[in-house]
Design a protein. Structure first.
Length: 64
């Protein structure tokens, strides 16, 4: 998990919610907007960070 701990814009802690968001949204049963509402992430800046995050650790790791 390489998502930033805090939102870049407002400073709210969002890193603790990412694993649950990813698990529930990737199954396809729930809409990502509903998952974020359920987790209590209501600010647009925080929602942007959760939805647009891509985990690049596996891509960059071979070049270390």
């Amino acid at each position: 998990m390489m998502i930033p701990v805090r939102c870049f814009t407002c400073g709210t802690v969002i890193g603790e919610h990412y694993e649950e968001f990813e698990a529930r949204a990737s199954e396809g049963d729930e809409d990502p907007a509903e998952v974020l509402d359920d987790l209590g992430i209501t600010r647009h800046c925080c929602r942007r960070m959760m939805v647009s995050h891509t985990d690049l650790v596996d891509v960059v790791a071979p070049y270390q």
